[in-house]
Design a protein. Structure first.
Lengths: 376, 376
DNA sequence: TTGTACGCGTTATCAA
DNA sequence: TTGATAACGCGTACAA
């Protein structure tokens, strides 16, 4: 900058003003811009951050194993949605995966060091140290999912996991399955716990804790393990609610290995409406989750806080999968009915169908992939 | 820091010394550490960066569409490998996806602003502006894949795509297929171009340009499109080399829709040995690519430059898939033979088998998934 | 409209 | 071993 000022024959203050907007004469501005181009000047962000106390960056915190970032298209889609909003506002999104005590330590430094102005936090559990840190720092943040009770005052955005899980379980039960189990993943996260709750609610008296296999993550491999466990406990199982599509895909693999036909012998439903749901054979019925929009809203809530606007700290529930109304951008004037509507896939653009069922929107490849009467 | 110094009754210089290591008396150190805890002091990284001219962060640049980061387990695995090495050295990896002119602009600022000390660059093409920027900045960097000719002096790490593609194509041809096509993705990247070259070399006189469908990305959807195009051009096609496993999975879906059986009617091979390869039915034969290690080596090369060590700028070719030797950590004393060996999957840990075939290591789920004589 | 000068929070140099 | 003090590169209040 010194060089630029010298080349343009002005003071550094004037250079700074043309960079940031201030009263500058046209001649001075022209001279400075020429000098900038000539010298190849780029502002030093560290110095700017130091004085402005801002970084123009927002962290995207994921409290899951690194591998899940690749496995789980749901997290990926949330990330994409957040990134779209952030880059649009000229913020740089910084991915921060916390998977160990060492990660926690390094990222604690990162967050407190002024590297980010705010954060979107995914998969936080109560008592996660990072959650506490964000609160202590007063870092503008938004949770994806229910916040731990501690952190009131931090907004969140999510879906009605309980209602959606209940709805798809009821649908599964409606196909005449008698022994219905669940592969419940990540019950230490609110999403996992809520989906289990919804499953339990749907089954009521018929709920059998023995038919719930708990696994750690929304992971293909965990789906295989969970399904094997269920088969061992109850060979007569004929229906399974998998906590995510990836889990469902793993479960189907385990069933194939066990020689069970899907959906003839065992019906499976998933959750997320991710690409997994279509790439299984047969394609999965699943709950549509507006993952990209969740990410976008979460990022937007961070940006609003950054702009000093007021924000509802109570939380935002996106309507698509759970409120009984179709997603806003596709909503017709009528209340949701059983009429089919075209539905774009999460990220492939392949046509699917969705239907309001109870309080949930369920996405499926055929009228209903599980109906025994329709499968050969 | 001022507060800490005051609370401990020392100068800021002494505080800085206990933070960064220097001669400090035990009593002073104790007093300062107590003060740090009491005040809840965290160093300001922006200020530190300003004076040290370092950020302890390394960028992971991907010059692909955002969605590919989710779709392509290969990029993901490279990222994981890089991140493991970087976090181990207490560097923060920052993900930078460049997918538009606006991204380029924002990330240019980010890179020139001192936000990162170095970069791992994936999928760069010649003449990518970012490539030029990195060279101009003198930013310590490593390319994954061949570097564009321009940027000599920047090291790279890759595999022998030509040789591997040739080997697996020869294997495919060896199963008796007569009309063999290729779905060539990303031919504007070196990996895509090289795989096409290898395919062409393997077929020699039998190479028919009409049987090559070029698609933009290593994408499931592109695989479907490519396969449809091939089927239209040559209904009698009976073998396909897909440029990646995701492309192969898409191609299989298209074949399924067209009523062709795999591998009975059409044999397919892929590339990457990613989870895609196992989750298709039947599972794919594919070229094993040590993606995690590629990422790790690339990150390591950046770190070495940062440490001022000399680095071979010519490039590193990892031996696993292409050099004719088995991967270092699993290599026996003997030269590779046709004997089977157990092989852990890229990230699932499921057992697979690999075999040296010509210059490439090929990973497959059965003796050879394509052998017609072995499939019903 | 412009230049001057101070301060942002650290590290590094030097003399003590 | 410690304490002053000068950078680091920039934004901005203030004076001109």
């Amino acid at each position: 900058m010194h060089d630029v000022a010298a080349a343009a024959g002005v003071s550094r203050g004037t250079v700074s003003r043309v960079l940031n907007g201030g009263y500058v004469s046209a001649t001075a501005r022209a001279a400075i811009e020429a000098a900038i181009a000539q010298v190849g000047y780029v502002p030093n962000t560290a110095a700017r951050n130091l004085v402005t106390q801002r970084s123009q960056a927002v962290g995207f915190l994921v409290l899951e194993p690194h591998s899940l970032l690749l496995e789980d298209p749901n997290i990926g889609a949330i990330m994409l949605g957040a990134n779209a909003v952030l880059s649009d506002a000229d913020y740089q999104m910084v991915n921060l995966v916390i998977d160990s005590a060492r990660d926690t330590e390094r990222i604690t430094k990162y967050l407190s060091g002024g590297f980010v102005d705010g954060a979107v936090i995914v998969s936080a559990r109560a008592h996660d140290p990072i959650t506490q840190l964000v609160a202590d720092l007063g870092l503008p943040a938004t949770f994806v999912g229910h916040p731990p009770d501690l952190e009131q005052g931090i907004p969140f955005v999510g879906i009605d996991n309980v209602g959606s899980a209940r709805a798809i379980t009821e649908r599964l039960a409606g196909t005449g399955r008698r022994r219905i189990g669940m592969i419940a993943a990540a019950v230490d996260r609110d999403s996992g716990a809520d989906r289990l709750t919804g499953f339990r609610q749907a089954l009521g008296d018929r709920f059998d804790p023995d038919l719930v296999a708990e696994v750690a993550f929304y992971h293909y491999a965990d789906g295989m393990d969970g399904m094997r466990a269920l088969l061992q406990r109850e060979p007569g199982i004929d229906g399974v609610f998998a906590a995510s599509d990836a889990v469902a895909a793993g479960a189907m693999q385990a069933l194939r290995e066990a020689g069970r036909a899907v959906p003839a012998d065992v019906g499976i439903v998933g959750f997320d409406d991710s690409p997994w749901a279509q790439r299984t054979a047969p394609a999965l019925s699943t709950v549509h989750q507006p993952a990209k929009e969740i990410g976008a809203r979460a990022a937007d809530l961070v940006l609003r806080q950054l702009a000093g606007k007021s924000v509802e700290t109570a939380g935002v529930f996106l309507p698509t999968p759970s409120s009984g109304a179709p997603p806003p951008d596709r909503a017709g004037p009528d209340p949701p009915s059983l009429a089919r509507r075209p539905w774009p896939d999460v990220d492939q653009g392949l046509p699917r169908r969705s239907r309001a069922y109870g309080r949930a929107w369920i996405s499926f490849p055929r009228p209903f992939a599980l109906d025994r009467r329709r499968s050969p």
